[in-house]
Write a protein that binds this ligand. Structure first.
Ligand code: SAH
Ligand code: SF4
Length: 399
């Protein structure tokens, strides 16, 4: 297989939904489209896949039938499969998605993706990895034993699934619950945040390629200002994110002193607070109109004293910042509790009085465990499954 080509082992059809322009060109080349037509055909396919949301090659009316037949025989427009969908009383939706198997022993990794509708926007929270290697002590994802990177196509695939399901492509029908924001120029999925499972900056290349697909003006056309990448603080990659992607940045800070942050976010031992703040100061495009979000999870008796609120304000002085206070979401076996509501309010008052907007992130979808860090809640089932997948992938490696 050529580097960067789509996987077609074992006769599997090359997946085009979620593919980059280069991958689409390569797939066309592999089915015999002549060099001189490649750009034009790739553009046609691109618009059908990303602008129109086509799910069948047969719908592509401006492409000649013989080529459509070849495409249908050798390529696929399949998306990640929806295994379950849960809809919260507040309209939040959580999907468990199964990725297409990458090889014949692969049963398909499962990840979760959450959609949060508000009156003027709809935010999709996507995963960038299956699990996470970083082991933040308050995060459920960090306890999952198996980790693999998602491909760019698997990341974009989450957006395609959401748009299909929410009737967000031309001619689509929105779900009957009426929760999806609608109106002239309003899209059901208007914003994407990389705040699901995984550390996006540990899967930089795929995240960068996915962002290029999402922001391409001939396709899904999301503005870079409506895409936010959240990181626990991979300092060298923050610079690359700014230079190569230009999206909004969110940083999971959670503490103002290294001793405590070392415990909460172990990556801090490698990239301590000072280096992290420095990387934020240098983040290109950060301005009052494009603030960096600092996430701060409220852990009772751990990081929620009023002195810490004041230290937070001092630490971020001079930075164009927004502070997002996140009520901690407990999970079975977690060692922390969420701060009392009154404490969260007093903490947020200090931050607010220092001139920062400090929305307390309203817990959404609590009834369906849709909160950050809580995705993939049936951990025991997953563990068994993940072990099985790991064994299988090792077996493949020995072939
Ligand atoms: N790995 C990236 C992005 C995914 S986590 C990061 O850490 O930034 C998205 C956000 O959810 C992060 O701010 C993370 O610290 C927070 N989070 C994780 N577990 C949580 C929990 N149990 N309750 C509340 N927030 C949590
Ligand atoms: Fe990974 Fe983010 Fe969870 Fe930390 S908070 S373990 S970086 S997903």
């Amino acid at each position: 297989m050529t580097a960067g080509a789509l996987k077609t082992e074992n006769g599997a059809r090359a997946p085009l939904a979620g593919a980059t322009r280069a991958q689409i060109r390569r797939a066309l080349h592999e089915i015999g489209v002549p060099e001189r037509e490649l750009n034009m055909r790739a553009s046609q396919l691109w618009r059908w896949i990303y602008h129109r949301g086509a799910r069948e090659f047969a719908d592509m009316r401006n492409i000649a039938r013989p080529l459509l037949e070849k495409l249908a025989a050798r390529c696929s427009l399949a998306r990640p499969e929806i295994v379950t969908e849960q809809v919260s009383a507040d309209g939040t939706r959580k999907w468990l998605l199964r990725m297409a198997p990458a090889h014949r022993f692969d049963k398909g990794a499962e990840i979760e993706c959450v959609y949060i509708p508000e009156s003027d926007r709809g935010t999709l929270c996507v995963s960038s990895q299956v699990g996470c290697t970083l082991n933040c002590s308050f995060c459920h994802t960090g306890t999952m034993p198996l980790v693999r990177n998602l491909s760019a196509a698997e990341i974009v695939g989450q957006v395609l699934v959401a748009r299909d399901r929410l009737g967000d492509f031309p001619g689509g029908v929105p779900p009957a619950d009426g929760r999806t924001p609608r109106g002239e120029g309003v899209r059901a999925v208007s914003n994407v945040v990389f705040m699901g499972m995984g550390e996006p900056l540990y899967n930089f290349d795929a995240v960068r390629d996915a962002i290029a697909v999402l922001t391409d003006g001939e396709g899904l056309s999301l503005s870079k200002r409506r895409i936010t990448v959240s990181t626990s603080g991979v300092v060298p990659e923050i610079k690359r994110l700014g230079a190569e992607c230009g999206t909004m940045l969110a940083v999971s800070l959670h503490a103002t002193k290294d001793a405590l942050r070392d415990r909460l976010v172990p990556l801090n031992r490698k990239y301590p607070i000072e280096a992290l703040i420095e990387a934020c100061r240098e983040y290109p495009g950060a301005s009052n109109a494009r603030r960096i979000t600092f996430e701060y999870v409220m852990l009772k008796g751990v990081n929620d004293s009023l002195a810490e609120a004041r230290a937070l304000v001092r630490l971020l002085k001079g930075l164009p910042a927004k502070i997002n206070l996140i009520p901690f979401n407990p999970w079975p076996g977690s060692a922390y509790e969420c701060s009392d509501w009154e404490r969260i309010e007093r903490f947020s008052e200090i931050v607010f009085n220092a001139g920062y907007a400090s929305p307390v992130r309203t817990p959404r979808g609590r009834d369906i465990l849709a909160a950050c860090g809580q995705l993939k809640s049936e951990s025991e089932k997953l563990r068994a499954r993940a072990r099985m997948m790991l064994e299988e992938s090792l077996a493949v490696g020995q072939d």
